[in-house]
Design a protein around this ligand. Structure first.
Ligand code: FAD
Length: 622
C-alpha cells in the first residue's frame, strides 16, 4: 500500500545519526520523514550515558555550530560536566557530560517534535524501493510504502544484530529491541561491500545496592562547563558525582578461569570489537601484568536507579559477570539489573561512500552512523548531520557540502572513513587530525556557523548569538590593541608584580597578552579595569592572541596543501590512461575513486610519485 504523502527526504532510524539527519534536512525547509522502529527510543543511548570526551567533545561542538542538537540535549540532560585536559593547550581541551539518559532522550524528542517540516512515524523499514539505480522510497514492516527523493539509512547496530551473553546468543538490535533482518538481507543483495563488527556493554547495577561510603568520589567541575554555544549553566539539572572502584587480582582470576566460556575467545564472535573500548576480558588478557583496572561508577540518572560501571563491558556468561561485579570494593552486595552483552552487526565499507555520505552505487541513498563502521554517539551524530544536510541539499537541487580535514573533525572523520575504510569500530581522537590547533572546541562556531548559515541549517537565533559574539571579540581585540601602557604613567610596582619586570617602553595591552606569563586577569589588573566581556569572548581573545604565531603557520601549510584539494578527479576517471602508474597504485585508485588529488594522496600505498603522475595527467587532459 502506498502512503499518500510524498516526502523529500526519508530518514530511517531515530538514534544519534538519525535524529541529527532528520533535523538537518528539515531545518532547510525540506519535507522530511523520520521513520523509526519505536518512537519511545528516539535519541536513546545504547551504551554509556555520557556525551563528549577527547576528540568526541570536538565533534559535539561542531554539530552544535552547524545547528545540531546533541550539545543542547547534553546541556539539558547533563548531570556531571567536566573539561578534560583543562591544564593542557586549548587544542586538546574537551568537554564531557555524564547524562541522565531519560532527560537526554526527552530533550532530543522535544527538539524533534518542535521542528517544522519534520514528521515522525513509528514503523520498521524492511525494504528499499529502487528504480534505475536510484532509491525512490522505502517499504515498512506492514507493507506501507513511502516515496522520497532521497533516503538516509541510520540503523546503527541493528542490521543482522546478534546478541551474545556467554555461549548463548539471540537476534536483537540492542537489548530490548528487535534486529533488522529483512533490511539487512535486502542491503546484502545490493552491490555494497559488507562485513561484521562487534561492540559490548557492561552489566548495570542497582544504585541502592552499592556501598558508596568506601569509594572515591569524583565530582564534576565547578563552575560547570557548558556544551552548546547557545547553552547556559541554568540549563543544567542538579549535578551529582561519579565514583571510582577497581578490579583486583581476584576479579582477574575469575575472568581467566572462565575465558573458555567467552564467545570472544571460543570463536563464536567473528566481528572485530572497538580497540579503544575493550571488554574487561580483553583487558585482562592483553595487559596480563596489570593487577587492577580503574572502574568509573557512573549514575544513569539523577534519581537513584541504575549505575553504569564504565570499564567492565563483557560478553562472559551471567554467572561470571555476577562474580566479577561482586569481587570489587563497594560492590560486594551489588544487585545486577541488566546483564552485560556483546553484539555483532553488519556494517558497510565506507569506501563505497562519497564525501557527502551518499553511496557510490545507488543515487539518493545515504548512510550515516554505526552502519559505516564507526562507534559512538558523537561520530554517529556528526555523520547524521552531514548526510541529512546533503540529502536535503539534493532535494533542493543544490550541490552537496562537506567540511575538509582542516575545517573540522567532522571532515577528518569522513575523509578517514571514505579514503581508508575501517576494519574495526572507528572512534575519533584528536591525534587523527593534522591541524589540531585550528580545530579547537572553542572555535567550532567560527569555523562552521557561517557556512551552516549559508546552507540554511543555522537559524536566526543561533546566527544572532554568533554574530554578537564575533562583534564582541573584534571590539575587545581593538580595545586591547589601542590601549597603551606608558612606562612613566603606570604603577611600576604593580607592573613588576604582574610581569616579573618593570615596563620600559610603550606597550599595547595586546602585546602584553602575547607574553606567555600574562593572562587576561593580570592584564585587566594592570589596566585597572574589570572584565567587561563574557567569558567565552575573553577566552577567544586570549587564544587568538597567544597562539597567533602557530595558527598562522598552520594556516600557511593548509593553504599550500589546499592546491591538491582543489584539483578534482572525475569519479569515472580511467586510471589505465594515466601513464606510469604501477598496477598496485592503479587498483587502489580504482577501488577508492578519490574525489580530488588530496584524497588520492592520503590513500595508503599511493606514493608522492604517483600523485605527480596524476597531476601531469590532469594538466595534460585538462
Ligand atoms: P543507533 O543509536 O543504534 O540507532 C539506530 C536507530 O535505528 C534506532 O532508533 C533503531 O530503533 C532504528 N532502527 C533500526 N533498524 C530500523 C529499521 N529497520 N527501521 C526503522 N528504524 C530502525 N559507543 C561507544 O562510543 N562506546 C561504547 O562502548 C559503545 N558500546 C556499545 C555497546 C552496545 C551493546 C551497543 C548496542 C552500542 C554501543 N555503542 C558504543 C555504540 C553507540 O550506541 C552507537 O555508536 C550509536 O548509538 C550509533 O548511533 P546510530 O544512530 O548509528 O545508531
Amino acid at each position: 500500500m502506498s502512503y499518500q504523502d510524498h516526502y523529500d527526504v526519508i530518514v530511517v532510524g531515530g538514534g544519534h545519526a538519525g535524529t541529527e539527519a532528520a533535523l538537518a534536512s528539515a531545518r532547510q525547509g525540506v519535507k522530511t520523514l523520520l521513520l523509526t522502529q519505536n518512537i519511545e527510543t528516539l535519541g536513546q543511548m545504547s551504551c554509556n550515558p555520557a556525551i563528549g570526551g577527547i576528540g568526541k567533545g570536538h565533534l559535539v561542538k561542531e554539530i552544535d555550530a552547524l545547528g545540531g542538537i546533541m550539545a543542547q540535549a547534553a546541556d539539558r540532560g547533563g548531570i556531571q560536566f567536566r573539561t578534560l585536559n583543562s591544564s593542557k593547550g586549548p587544542a586538546v581541551r574537551a568537554t564531557r557530560a555524564q547524562a541522565d539518559r531519560v532527560r537526554y532522550k526527552a530533550a532530543v524528542r522535544a527538539y524533534l517534535e518542535n521542528q517544522p517540516n519534520l514528521y515522525i512515524f513509528q514503523q520498521a523499514v524492511d525494504d528499499l524501493v529502487v528504480e534505475n539505480d536510484r532509491v525512490v522510497g522505502v517499504v515498512t514492516q506492514v507493507g506501507l510504502r513511502f516515496s522520497a527523493k532521497s533516503v538516509v539509512l541510520t540503523v546503527g547496530t541493528f542490521l543482522g544484530g546478534l546478541i551474545h551473553i556467554g555461549m548463548q546468543n539471540h537476534q536483537g538490535g540492542r537489548a530490548g529491541d528487535p534486529a533488522s533482518i529483512a533490511l539487512s538481507q535486502r542491503l546484502r543483495s545490493l552491490p555494497f561491500r559488507v562485513d561484521r563488527l562487534k561492540t559490548g556493554t557492561p552489566p548495570r547495577i542497582a544504585t541502592s545496592s552499592i556501598d558508596f561510603s568506601v569509594l572515591t568520589e569524583q565530582p564534576g567541575d565547578n563552575p560547570t562547563p557548558v556544551f552548546s554555544f547557545l547553552g547556559k549553566q541554568a540549563d543544567h539539572p542538579r549535578q551529582i558525582s561519579c565514583y571510582i572502584t577497581h578490579t583486583n587480582e581476584h576479579t582477574h582470576e575469575v575472568i581467566r578461569n572462565n575465558l573458555d566460556r567467552s564467545p570472544m575467545y571460543s570463536g563464536e564472535i567473528e566481528g572485530i570489537g572497538p580497540r579503544y573500548c575493550p571488554s574487561i576480558e580483553d583487558k585482562v588478557v592483553r595487559f596480563a601484568d596489570r593487577t587492577a583496572h580503574q572502574i568509573f561508577l557512573e549514575p544513569e540518572g539523577l534519581e537513584p536507579g541504575e549505575v553504569y560501571p564504565n570499564g567492565i563491558s563483557t560478553s562472559l556468561p551471567f554467572d561470571v559477570q555476577y562474580e566479577i561485579v561482586r569481587s570489587m570494593k563497594g560492590l560486594e552486595n551489588a544487585h545486577i539489573t541488566r546483564p552485560g552483552y556483546a553484539i555483532e552487526y553488519d556494517f558497510f565499507d565506507p569506501r563505497d561512500l562519497q564525501p557527502t555520505l551518499e553511496t557510490k552505487h545507488m543515487g539518493g541513498l545515504f548512510f550515516a552512523g554505526q552502519i559505516n563502521g564507526t562507534t559512538g554517539y558523537e561520530e554517529a551524530g556528526a555523520q547524521g548531520l552531514i548526510a541529512g544536510l546533503n540529502a536535503g541539499l539534493q532535494a533542493r537541487g543544490l550541490d552537496g557540502w562537506y567540511p575538509r580535514r582542516d575545517e573540522a573533525y567532522i571532515g577528518v572523520l569522513i575523509d578517514d572513513l571514505i579514503t581508508s575504510g575501517t576494519r574495526e569500530p572507528y572512534r575519533m581522537f584528536t591525534s587523527r587530525a593534522e591541524y589540531r590547533l585550528m580545530l579547537r572546541e572553542d572555535n567550532a562556531d567560527i569555523r562552521l556557523t557561517p557556512v551552516g548559515r549559508q546552507l540554511g541549517i543555522v537559524d536566526d537565533e543561533r546566527w544572532a548569538i554568533f554574530s554578537a559574539k564575533q562583534d564582541a571579540v573584534a571590539k575587545e581585540n581593538a580595545r586591547l590593541e589601542s590601549f597603551k601602557f606608558v612606562p612613566e604613567k603606570i604603577d611600576q610596582t604593580t607592573a613588576e608584580a604582574v610581569l616579573g619586570e618593570k615596563l620600559n617602553k610603550v606597550t599595547s595591552a595586546i602585546e602584553l597578552l602575547r607574553r606567555p606569563k600574562v593572562d587576561y586577569a593580570m592584564l585587566l589588573e594592570l589596566m585597572g579595569t574589570e572584565q567587561a566581556v563574557a567569558d567565552d569572548v575573553a577566552e577567544q581573545v586570549v587564544i587568538q592572541t597567544k597562539y597567533s604565531g602557530y595558527i598562522n603557520r598552520q594556516q600557511n601549510e593548509i593553504d599550500r596543501l589546499q592546491r591538491n584539494e582543489n584539483m578534482s578527479l572525475p569519479t569515472n576517471m580511467d586510471y589505465k590512461n594515466v601513464r606510469g602508474l604501477s598496477n598496485e597504485v592503479r587498483e587502489k585508485l580504482e577501488q577508492a575513486r578519490p574525489v580530488n588529488l588530496g584524497q588520492a594522496a592520503r590513500i595508503s600505498g599511493v606514493t608522492p610519485a604517483a600523485v605527480s603522475l596524476l597531476l601531469v595527467h590532469l594538466k595534460r587532459s585538462g
